[in-house]
Write a protein that binds this ligand. Structure first.
Ligand SMILES: *[C@@H]1O[C@H](CO)[C@@H](O)[C@H](O)[C@H]1NC(C)=O
Ligand SMILES: *[C@@H]1O[C@H](CO)[C@@H](O)[C@H](O)[C@H]1NC(C)=O
Ligand SMILES: *[C@@H]1O[C@H](CO)[C@@H](O)[C@H](O)[C@H]1NC(C)=O
Ligand SMILES: *[C@@H]1O[C@H](CO)[C@@H](O)[C@H](O)[C@H]1NC(C)=O
Length: 544
């Protein structure tokens, strides 16, 4: 770089403090830049022949300033890719500096937990450390992990928070998805394409991720999480990096590493519990005097679990005393350890349509756009405006703004999601193929290949028929109740519309398809727009 340019950059930064200079010392020693020694000495001797003194002084000042800045020193034997990773990452982190904050739920008394976890992390130690946070579902592990993340992330070069690891690993190629997620977060570039199998993932983590001082939080792991198979050899992580895991199961955490520091999340104190409960039941910190005894009784049976307090509190919001007594009685009948059944009280009080919407979200629509699902429920007469509102008020779902397009997406606590899925599994215990909703890839395919089928499926998701080649119309027999179909198929030749007259939402991945006629369809999503003719009455949304 010629000194005029450098001087101009420095001058510009002097005028605008928002400018950041990130120098790359390419095959030069920063000390030589700073003191104009080495190759610079000769160069300046020549400049002095034909440039005035004042300009020379400005140039020298600029070199001095930039040479003192923290930057990258690229030596001849450095790997170019590594430098690119570093530079893009740092530039990106400057651009997104304040976005590294996770939104968290209200959790009373959280500061003590954060302090305790930070202590286990031994933030001053130069070694790698692993911390495990454990406790039962609904006790607030995720919230605590997020609060810790928000509090300490600035002390690390790179950070990644992965929610719902257990769920991610249940999916096909879950390990690769998880690896891609971590690598992309840490490198701050999307490298999805370059990881095709586990060993590639481990290699990327070893070669590219491990050189940063990072914080990686893996939320909700279970026995399907195997450290070595996902992250590689622990010895690879040498710097002051930290891993935080959360789990319902202490055994899972102890198996992860010999020297893992464990932190147990204790039940909330009665005082804190009462405050949290009142926040939801009265939107106040303390109960009105006529509800004091009832509130205390309910808080006692909710056993210090924030999720239960929140769900039960929301359920009783603005309800009459009679209902309170009723619910208290119900709660008392359920043994303490049956947390799920206590939460299910809230589900049981819902109307039919709200129940169906709740189950749809639990099985399929966590993280999905509220708007789109809304069209389907609306067309089916599920009164989504009212019912989504009810679910939200009852703290059974959350709706958050996400992504650059600021769309609204559904959220659900994993414990509630598990309850929803369990309800669906129990619909017909002895005949699993008689349940209404199918979300696993293997099961979805089995359903279509099974010759014995009943008209009970409402939703099929993750149906991958690519490998089967051409699909005949007969595959869609006995699916007359189907309302949502998410399918990956190469060719759909026949018009299968007759067989699925109630389909409202079709998500076609991949496949080109011709001529289909689905009378009631309201949402069609296609990844490549190759449908030549779609006949449908009230199509509302086409997403390409
Ligand atoms: C982290 O928590 C401590 C107190 O526990 C607080 O003083 C500090 O400001 C917090 N830092 C951030 C970045 O939130
Ligand atoms: C993973 O993918 C790479 C690159 O395609 C390949 O060379 C390697 O053999 C694969 N490893 C395994 C274990 O499949
Ligand atoms: C569809 O249901 C009928 C009985 O209602 C049954 O005889 C037939 O085998 C079923 N077909 C498929 C493909 O499941
Ligand atoms: C569809 O299935 C094929 C074959 O299994 C797979 O390679 C492809 O990634 C799938 N496409 C989508 C969008 O899931």
């Amino acid at each position: 770089m010629v000194p005029q340019e450098l001087a101009a950059i420095v001058e510009r930064q002097g005028r605008n403090r928002g400018c950041i200079i990130l120098p790359i010392f390419y095959m030069v020693d920063p000390r030589d830049v700073r003191h104009q020694s080495g190759p610079y000495r000769n160069a300046f001797r020549q400049h002095e022949q034909n440039v005035d003194e004042e300009t020379i002084r400005i140039w020298k000042d600029a070199l001095n300033k930039v040479g003192a800045l923290k930057g990258w020193h690229v030596k001849s034997n450095d790997e170019q890719g590594a430098i690119a990773d570093l530079v893009t990452g740092v530039v990106w982190s400057h651009l997104t500096k304040n976005n590294n904050v996770l939104e968290i739920d209200k959790l009373i008394g959280i500061d003590d937990h954060v302090e305790a976890v930070k202590e286990s992390m031994a933030l001053d130690s130069p070694c790698m450390k692993i911390v495990g946070i454990y406790g039962m579902g609904g006790i607030g592990k995720t919230t605590i992990a997020k609060a810790v993340y928000n509090n300490v992330s600035a002390q690390f070069d790179r950070c990644s928070f992965v929610e719902n690891v257990r769920e991610m690993l249940e999916q096909k190629d879950g390990v690769i998805t998880l690896q891609k997620h971590i690598v992309s977060n840490i490198l701050m570039v999307n490298i999805a394409e370059s990881i095709v199998n586990n060993s590639e993932g481990i290699r990327a983590i070893r070669d590219r991720v491990s050189r940063f001082k990072f914080l990686v939080v893996l939320d909700d792991v279970d026995e399907t999480f195997e450290f070595e198979k996902i992250l590689g050899n622990m010895e690879n992580f040498v710097s002051g990096s930290r891993f935080i895991f959360t789990s319902r199961n202490i055994k899972v955490l102890s198996m992860l590493a010999d020297d893992i520091k464990l932190y147990r999340v204790q039940e909330m104190s009665h005082q804190h519990s009462l405050q949290l409960f009142c926040n939801y039941a009265f939107k106040k910190d303390i109960p009105p005097s006529n509800y004091e005894t009832l509130s205390n009784d309910i808080v006692s049976v909710a056993a210090g679990l924030p999720l239960t307090l929140k769900v039960v509190g929301s359920l009783l919001f603005q309800e009459e005393e009679e209902i309170w007594r009723d619910k208290l009685k119900q709660l008392k009948e359920i043994p303490e350890q049956k947390v799920v059944d206590r939460l299910k009280i809230s589900y049981d009080t819902l109307n039919e349509e709200a129940k169906r919407i709740f189950l749809d979200i639990a099985c399929f629509f966590v993280g999905e756009d509220k708007e789109i699902a809304f069209y389907m429920w609306s067309d089916l007469g599920f009164f989504p405006t009212t019912n989504i509102n009810i679910l939200n008020q009852r703290s059974m779902i959350g709706i958050v703004v996400a992504g650059s397009r600021k769309k609204l997406i559904f959220q659900m606590h994993d414990q509630l999601r598990d309850i929803g899925r369990e309800i669906v599994r129990q619909e017909n215990r002895r005949h699993p193929w008689k349940t209404s909703r199918i979300w696993s890839k293997e099961k979805a395919l089995n359903v279509l290949l099974n010759k014995k089928r009943y008209n009970n499926f409402e939703i099929l998701k993750n149906l991958n028929m690519e490998e089967l080649g051409t699909i005949s119309k007969e595959c869609f027999m006995n699916l007359s109740e189907l309302r949502y179909l998410d399918i990956n198929v190469s060719v759909l030749i026949d018009d299968f519309g007759d067989y699925i007259p109630n389909l409202r939402w079709l998500r076609l991945r991949n496949g080109p398809s011709d001529n289909f006629n689905v009378e009631n369809l309201v949402i069609l999503e296609v990844s490549s727009f190759s449908c030549t003719r779609v006949d449908s009455g009230g199509l509302k949304q086409i997403k390409v």
